[in-house]
Design a protein around this ligand. Sequence first.
Ligand SMILES: Cc1cc2nc3c(=O)[nH]c(=O)nc-3n(C[C@H](O)[C@H](O)[C@H](O)COP(=O)(O)OP(=O)(O)OC[C@H]3O[C@@H](n4cnc5c(N)ncnc54)[C@H](O)[C@@H]3O)c2cc1C
Length: 260
Amino acid sequence: MELGPANVADASTPPPTGTDPRQTHAETWFETVLDHGFVELIDVIGDDRRCVAAARVSLRREQLSLADHGAEQVERDKGLLARLVRDRHTSPFEHAVFQFRVRAPIFVVRQWFRHRFASYNEESARYTKLEDEFHLPAHLRIRVGKAMDYRYEAMPEPENAALLAAIQAVYDDARQLYERLLERGVAREHARLVLPVAQFTTFFWTVNALSLMNFLNLRNAPHAQAEIQAYAEVIEAMFRDRMPWTHAAFRAHWGPGSIG
Ligand SMILES: Cc1cc2nc3c(=O)[nH]c(=O)nc-3n(C[C@H](O)[C@H](O)[C@H](O)COP(=O)(O)OP(=O)(O)OC[C@H]3O[C@@H](n4cnc5c(N)ncnc54)[C@H](O)[C@@H]3O)c2cc1C
């Protein structure tokens, strides 16, 4: 996937109305994911150099990294940062913080929220009427092989199309009943009971670089479910762009296939 800050929303984007979750903001980096989802990088506090400076404070040398951006100092900072990652001296990476807005199906969000070292706020299905958006994959996966030693294959056509149509019919029925319950005055907190976990929802995710790397290690990995991996790929591209030194060290020392 080709990703980059070039995809930042055009500055001529009209101001948000406050109700459409897909509406982007002028200064953010917005990428669509799955059929109705997205990742929006809203803000970043800190960078590679800030994390090195945090580490150098132990020898009262933080000013070197904060003030001296000359070539020699950059090399020293990169080297120290790589050692910090390699040796799991992790606390300096808590000093860079990323803030995202994410729209994803509930089954993905459920996996995401297991990552406890982060802050979350999610759209409320008690207080708002959820949008008519459900994830429908293009191809259903079949699991082939034994437990602990399996692979996925695409469901062959025409069965794939027939089963997807059956799933869509369930979504349509669920949505119709949801609307009917709301029309009858049933509270939103009860009407939502009929909605499937493919329902899309939006949340804010504020996470430091250390916890973000843990997320990427587990979710942008071959054994992660493909849907959350699609989000993790986008997030990794954003992380790589904002913290390239840390990212390089992370993938050299923590990524799948390395010491893990
Ligand atoms: C492929 C895959 C399959 C999974 N399957 C399941 C499943 O079937 N069922 C299920 O329930 N979960 C499952 N999980 C979720 C998994 O067990 C973790 O809860 C999730 O990945 C969050 O990881 P984490 O705890 O490292 O992250 P965080 O919660 O962000 O924690 C970060 C780190 O902090 C430390 N930490 C956090 N809390 C504690 C604590 N209470 N005590 C000690 N140290 C702590 C740990 O070192 C942890 O790695 C799965 C995850 C993956 C990637």
